[in-house]
Design a protein around this ligand. Structure first.
Ligand SMILES: C[S@@+](CC[C@H](N)C(=O)[O-])C[C@H]1O[C@@H](n2cnc3c(N)ncnc32)[C@H](O)[C@@H]1O
Ligand code: SF4
Length: 388
């Protein structure tokens, strides 16, 4: 089974951990830093590309994803140097997807052409809300007019453009969400990510919430109605959900994310980046040091930025495969599931869930029904094997 990771494609995730400001809801590995020595960062990232290239030589790269943090703030010549090294290190697929995440600030929009010249062919913009008061409450540095302008610039430069919205925000009504979605669908080309706001411990929102100072969050029922409304409206507009939070015109799905959800292999480079690699008959999980300066110093001193590297047990692989695969509308491959699972108990639970209308079988795939997707967290808690 470990080598089955090779059938899900091969990608490279590169984490740029810096942002202009820290948003109060965000628990991504993102930091505000006045001084970034781009030359040191370039050398360290290139040395990590080289290191991973040595252990995965011969693989064909399907996707590169610059995630963050805010990679939209990277100097385009740094992006160009990294992509150049990547192309020299691996053979790349003819249709290599190269995505970069950006915020809709004017600084970033002015760099779009430079990113395209560097080889980026898909951009994902964090618009988050189409409501100025909501953007302020989310601590964003842009307003809706700026977001629209950034999207327009992006469209003129890139053939593939996606944007993110967050719903189930404070004081958001179902009718307000409907208006935003209608506008979003008019603005979208082929891909849209819609994330339900999660209150993460350790964030400013998490701290406010813990002391009851984050009023107006929707209850579970309203949040579920918002999710269902999004499914309905996106489907009607020709952008069905291909994953819980991601909608695309058929053919415009994010190839990079599909590598994660089909449990493919990916190299993770940069602070806090995770990787999954099928090597030597094992499925390896790698994780880089998350603190940017520590990561940089360790790469320079030891020649690698890893904090840990270990082989995943069969149960861990199974848990990941279920967690990822059931997020997909298409579901997961039953043959691969059977190759991982030696436990009748899991198949009994799956059968019970099928009878309850939460899971279904469809052309060799096991997938969550629309009701199952709505209850996915609870469903996974029930299914997931205990480590052993
Ligand atoms: C890596 S993050 C941010 C990318 C970029 N820096 C930005 O802010 O636009 C990717 C996406 O995750 C979503 N996100 C981050 N924190 C979230 C949270 N607590 N709840 C829901 N969505 C969240 C946002 O939509 C964001 O655009
Ligand atoms: S949401 Fe984006 S811009 Fe805001 S702190 Fe997180 S990564 Fe940075």
């Amino acid at each position: 089974m470990p080598e089955a990771g090779r059938s899900g494609g091969f990608g490279l995730y590169l984490h740029w951990p810096f942002c202009q400001a820290k948003c109060p809801y965000c628990d991504f590995n993102s930091h505000v830093s006045g001084r970034i020595d781009h030359r040191r960062w370039q050398a360290a990232l290139i040395s990590e590309i080289d290191r991973h290239g040595r252990e995965t030589s011969g693989r064909i790269l399907n996707s590169v994803f610059f995630g963050g943090g805010t990679p939209g703030l990277m100097p385009p010549d740094l992006v160009a140097a990294l992509l150049d090294r990547i192309r020299r290190t691996w053979q790349v697929a003819n249709d290599l997807e190269v995505t970069l995440e950006a915020n809709p600030t004017s600084v970033e929009s002015s760099l779009f052409q430079g990113f395209r010249d560097a080889g980026v062919n898909r951009i994902s913009i964090g618009i988050q809300a189409l409501d100025d008061a909501a953007l302020r409450a989310l601590g964003r540095l842009h307003d809706t007019a700026r977001a629209r302008a950034a999207l327009e610039t992006a469209r003129a430069v890139f053939s593939r453009v996606s944007f993110d919205l967050i719903y189930a925000r404070q004081h958001q009504s179902l009718s307000g969400w409907k208006t935003e979605l209608r506008e979003a669908l008019e603005m979208t080309d082929g891909h849209l990510s819609l994330y339900q706001l999660t209150i993460e411990p350790g964030t400013a929102f998490g701290r406010l919430h813990a002391r009851g100072a984050l009023p107006g969050l929707p209850d579970e029922d309203l949040a579920a109605d918002m999710y269902l409304l999004a499914q309905e409206m996106c489907e009607a507009a020709g952008l069905p959900a291909y994953e819980i939070s991601n909608h695309a015109r058929p053919g415009d799905e994010s190839r990079h994310n599909m590598i994660y959800w089909t449990a493919g292999d990916y190299v993770g480079i940069g602070p806090g980046a995770h990787g999954r690699l099928s090597l030597g008959g094992k499925r390896l999980a790698t994780e880089a040091l998350s603190q940017p300066e520590r990561w940089l110093s360790q790469v320079e001193a030891l020649g690698h930025g890893e904090a840990s590297r270990r082989s995943l047990s069969r149960n861990e692989q199974l848990a990941e495969y279920l967690m990822m695969g059931l997020r997909l509308r298409a579901g997961l491959d039953e043959t691969r599931l059977s190759s991982l699972c030696v436990d009748d108990d899991l198949f009994n639970k799956i059968n019970t869930m099928k009878e309850a209308g939460l899971l279904e079988r469809c052309s060799g795939k096991l997938r969550a029904t629309s009701r199952g997707r709505l209850l996915l967290d609870a469903l996974l808690r029930e299914l997931l094997p205990v480590e052993g």
